[in-house]
Ligand binder design. Structure first.
Ligand code: C2E
Ligand code: CA
Ligand code: CA
Ligand code: CA
Length: 277
């Protein structure tokens, strides 16, 4: 079964389903992708809700597959996690994002950079050291780096989660809880963790303009985050109509297509200059 018109299918066992073949094909390609420099980071601005000052950027991974074009992270990150490839990939993301943050600093743009960290990576032994190395190599102050971990990573994590979070607090990087509202964190659970920021999942933010229930949910999450002394970021801010609602709710930061899509570093630098100028 030729899944996507490429010629990498010599490994198929008879009886393999098309989906399994496709998976194997992608997995083989993913192993080569780092070496072939097929990955790129795009960056999306995160702004102060009131002043619209750009406070930082989130780094988002892109894979330019030689035959299939751009493959979205939702398609390859789960595979990378299952195969363990997420660790070298994650190390590359960390180094690349820190290098870029240092470049922006040299240009006088003191942006913090947020990096997504998957569960596999977060609980791996090498991450604290990789974080320290990346900061040192690029001479970045730790508070310039934010690690974004998802609510589900936190909830399904092993028992040593608090120790691991404390490792990162000791290094001095910021911690942000991503996709908040999609899991089932209890308040008491959250209170125990040294998190700095909550990101309201974009599924609530996107429709808050038209859907009263989503608006209520978003407002509740913002109030709750503030109750726990956390800064709250709304992602998925797609329109100007979101802004008065988010300001009214006291949401601290905003991120979304309304301001900019995730862009390659050079494009984002142009965007930053135009937006500021
Ligand atoms: P995420 O961390 O929740 O990232 C936000 C996603 O929302 C990104 O999708 C971004 O492009 C998209 N987005 C931003 N603004 C808007 C908006 O206004 N409307 C809508 N509809 N979407 C918006 P993307 O880049 O496809 O990434 C998907 C997911 O893949 C991320 O979700 C994150 O979980 C994962 N991911 C991306 N890069 C990395 C990485 O370097 N490492 C790891 N472990 N995961 C990553
Ligand atoms: Ca994120
Ligand atoms: Ca998110
Ligand atoms: Ca997500």
């Amino acid at each position: 079964a030729k899944a996507h018109g490429s010629n990498h299918h010599q490994f198929h066992e008879p009886g393999m389903t098309a989906a399994a073949a496709e998976r194997l094909h992608l997995e083989n390609d993913l192993r080569e992708a780092l070496r072939r420099a097929e990955f790129e980071l795009h960056y999306q601005p995160i702004l102060d809700t009131r002043s619209l000052q750009v406070l930082g950027v989130e780094a988002l991974l892109r894979w330019h597959h030689p035959e299939e074009g751009m493959i979205p992270p939702d398609r390859f990150i789960p595979l990378a996690e299952e195969t363990g490839l997420i660790r070298p990939m994650g190390a590359w993301v960390l180094q690349t994002a820190c290098a870029q943050a240092a470049r922006w600093r040299e240009l006088g743009m003191a942006l913090s950079v947020s990096v997504n960290v998957s569960g596999e990576q977060f609980f791996g032994d090498e991450l604290p050291r990789a974080v320290r190395d990346a900061l040192a190599r690029h001479r970045l102050p730790p508070e310039a780096l934010t690690l974004e971990i998802t609510e589900s990573t936190l909830m399904h994590g092993s028992l040593n989660i608090e120790a691991r979070l404390d490792d990162f607090k000791a290094i001095g990087v910021r911690l942000s809880l991503d996709d908040f509202g999609t899991g089932y964190s209890s308040l008491s659970y959250l209170k125990r963790f040294p998190i700095d920021t909550l990101k309201i999942d974009k599924s609530f933010v996107r429709d808050m303009v038209t859907d009263e229930h989503d608006r209520t949910l978003a407002n509740t999450v913002i109030a709750m985050g503030h109750g726990l002394s956390l800064a709250v970021v709304a992602e998925g801010v797609e329109s100007a109509e979101h802004m008065p609602l988010l300001r009214q709710a006291g949401c601290d930061r905003v991120q979304g297509y309304h301001f900019s899509r995730p862009l390659p570093a050079r494009k984002l630098t142009e965007w930053l200059r135009a937006f500021r100028g």
